[in-house]
Design a protein around this ligand. Structure first.
Ligand SMILES: [Zn+2]
Length: 384
């Protein structure tokens, strides 16, 4: 009996599998044709607006379905997001960010090749892309619950709401910019602290203006850190990377690191009418040109982009640079820094509802990899 029935089952299963495959192919073709039509509509819409930062718009036939390639003077933006209201902002936002990054430089840098950005419509596409793009590191990036990462010269993100997507792009764009142009890679406190200056912006007449003092999320984090007396001592702050605390799953410590690094850069730029601003600027200039007074081995790691920064390198170089450029009297600087922190948390701007939906406690951090190497990415944890 069993022997006679078996072929029937096989035929049935093969047929079902075949029908299912054929149905899926037909459905995908219809969806793709629909998306191609949508692309054309969006291209027409964007072109009709004559956006100043947008050089060209064309269809991108990526593996993840039809999408668009937006080209600006300094960026190539590949996207499967077909949302005109969002897309009309991205070119101007990235160009504004590029000019804002440049304002930290002694003179403007002209990038030789365009910087690449991937913006996916949803998480699934982002994960599929990451699987190929990041290879064995993909698992690390899957831990990101909402946000973006920078890897191999590209920022890779997916749509998480307009404001939050722009915030992630402004932050990651800084990592991309300094990795492309700086001779030396930056220690975590400096790299992350500056990246957070580009998380909040205001739009006016086609230009985005970055407003670090409106970063409610970081200010809120700083306030919670100070109120709960969980602040990281300054000497430790400039030595650590958030991956070290992430490894032991301390969300409060990660929040403290980010909010304090954000406040530290603002302190150096703003406190006492910018009395430390020149020192910070010199630190940046020497990192750009490769003139930090480091040991031979530390210099070698700093200059070799194929040699990842290690936790150990960060622990040596972070404090060393802070002492050499900003000052050796850590106790006095810490007193001034904490006074500045208390001052800036007295007026925390309201966080817009769209920023908080499903995003109750948000932290960005650098994931540490199993072997202790630093991988720079950002992670946002939701309220679950
Ligand atoms: Zn970052």
């Amino acid at each position: 009996m069993v022997g006679r029935c078996t072929p029937v089952w096989i035929v049935t299963i093969v047929c079902l599998a075949g029908c299912s495959q054929s149905y899926k192919t037909t459905t995908n073709s219809i969806e793709n044709a629909q998306k191609l039509d949508d692309c054309k509509v969006v291209i027409d819409t964007l072109q009709s607006e004559n956006l100043p930062a947008l050089e060209s718009t064309e269809t991108w036939n990526g593996k993840y379905g039809p999408g668009l390639r937006l080209t600006t003077p300094h960026y190539e933006i590949y996207t499967t997001l077909l949302e005109p209201l969002m897309l009309r902002q991205i070119p101007g936002f990235m160009e504004s960010a590029y000019h804002a990054y440049n304002r930290l430089m002694p003179q403007p840098i002209e990038t030789t090749g365009k910087l690449r950005i991937y913006l996916f419509a949803d998480r699934q596409q982002w994960e599929d892309f990451t699987k190929t793009f990041a290879g064995e590191r993909a698992e690390v990036f899957y831990k990101i619950k909402a946000g973006a990462y920078y890897l191999n010269g590209a920022c890779v993100t997916y749509y998480i709401g307009t404001r939050r997507t722009l915030s992630a792009l402004g932050h990651e764009g800084w990592h991309q910019f300094n990795n492309r142009h700086f001779r030396f890679c930056l220690p975590s406190w400096l790299d992350e602290g500056i990246a957070m200056l580009f998380e909040t912006s205001r739009y006016e007449d086609g230009i985005f203006y970055f407003e670090p003092n409106q970063n409610a999320h970081r200010l809120e984090g700083l306030k919670e850190t100070l109120i709960s007396s969980q602040q990281i001592p300054l000497s430790e702050l400039v030595a650590m990377n958030p991956g070290e605390v992430l490894a032991i799953d301390q969300a409060e410590a990660v929040r403290a690191f980010y909010s304090q690094a954000y406040a530290l850069i603002r302190f150096l730029q703003e406190a006492d009418y910018g009395k430390h601003a020149g020192d910070l600027r010199q630190l940046m200039v020497d990192g750009l040109t490769g003139n930090w007074p480091l040991s031979r081995s530390s210099k070698k790691i700093a200059a070799d982009r194929n040699m990842p920064r290690t936790v150990e390198w960060n622990r040596i170089v972070g404090p060393q640079l802070f002492r050499q450029y900003i000052g050796n009297d850590i106790d006095r600087l810490e007193t001034e820094y904490l006074a500045f922190c208390r001052q800036i948390i007295t007026r925390v701007p309201q966080i817009a509802q769209s920023q908080t939906e499903g995003f109750h406690t948000t932290v960005r951090f650098t994931l540490s990899e199993p072997d202790g190497l630093l991988g720079c990415t950002d992670q946002a944890s939701d309220a679950r």
